[in-house]
Design a protein around this ligand. Sequence first.
Ligand code: 3PG
Ligand code: MG
Length: 399
Amino acid sequence: MKTTIADLGDLTGKKVLIRVDFNVPLDKVSGEIKNDRRIRGAIPTIKALLKAGASVIAMSHLGRPSGDPAKDKLLTMDKVAHRLGDLLEVPVSKAGNAVVGPDVSTAVTALPPGGVMMLENVRFDPREQKNDAAFAAAIAALGDAYVNDAFGTCHNDKDASMVAVPAAMKAAGKPRAVGLLVAKELEVITGLMGSPKSPLLAVMGGAKVSDKIAFINALLKKVDHLLIGGKMAYTFLKATGKDVGSTQVAAEELAAAQPLLQFVGSKITLPVDALAAKSDDLNTTQVFAGDIAAGFEGVDIGPKTLALYADKIKQAGTVIWNGPVGWFEKPAFSTGTKGIAAAMANSGAVTVVGGGETAEAVEQFGFDTQMTHVSTGGGAFLAYVEGKKFQSLAQIDDV
Ligand code: 3PG
Ligand code: MG
């Protein structure tokens, strides 16, 4: 087990630097926060630190800044800091317009016990993603202790705020710990892959097989059944010789699916029907069992598939789900994804949902509180399930 914030003891008068993953989805035009789940996820840790007498300096990245100020202005931390303040019910300001520098140091020095502030988007400094030691030292100097509560970013081995900063704190003899969110994620996912209640069932959706090949291979070693949905299902169906109509399937995706075909019919179950929409008129839909007609593209699993998958979920001891099974953002194509979420919510199984989009779908349909665990990780969730070792967590001592 990793050192947790409880092990940090009395923090009266201490400044705690906390790396959070406030990389929240933003509206492309207005920059408004579309979903603040990741901010809410870190609130218990921040509150606990404040209760222990600390002041808190929070830092995160937001999006993938391009270096072009006009494009990047939506990625400043102001809105996130504001939302954090609303959720904590304490005012939260942003410490200057650069990530580090004299303005930030002055603001941090003036931060009173019980105060909270946010650094600017750490990726506004190009040194962040180079794991730069000098940049890390400047950040590390701001705090007396370091907390990693950024599960969604834990797999990034080259981010200074995740790796070089805690390394610099360690070198300076300053304590480091994981926050409550990271501790919970590690506990649940480790248990899930280590000693799952059987049968262990995985539901997998999303667009690309190639993106998730390592994850699928890791799952196949552990799970009893893997149910496939989403866009990737058409790749598998096409690879097994089915006609998928006008659904776009790239050649490299077919190649990625090839080595997995040996499991189809045993461990891997593919959809038996599809809801398809006319490519030139999405309002015209039809359910196809077997081949999809030309001019139509698959947009959701069909009703027979949903019934089949829901039944398997009902019989499972543990269900792990990553990737929507249809184009759920469109209400007409959301039946499958909503149905999978409902089946999981109503089952007696241990249910774990991972991946940003999947978590959003579950929350949108109102089933999030009925799941055992909804991870805040996207890529991090996949990588942790795969069994990858994270450099970020290596900087936090075991107890
Ligand atoms: C994520 O959402 O995957 C994390 O916040 C990490 O962001 P990144 O994919 O841009 O590194
Ligand atoms: Mg990512």
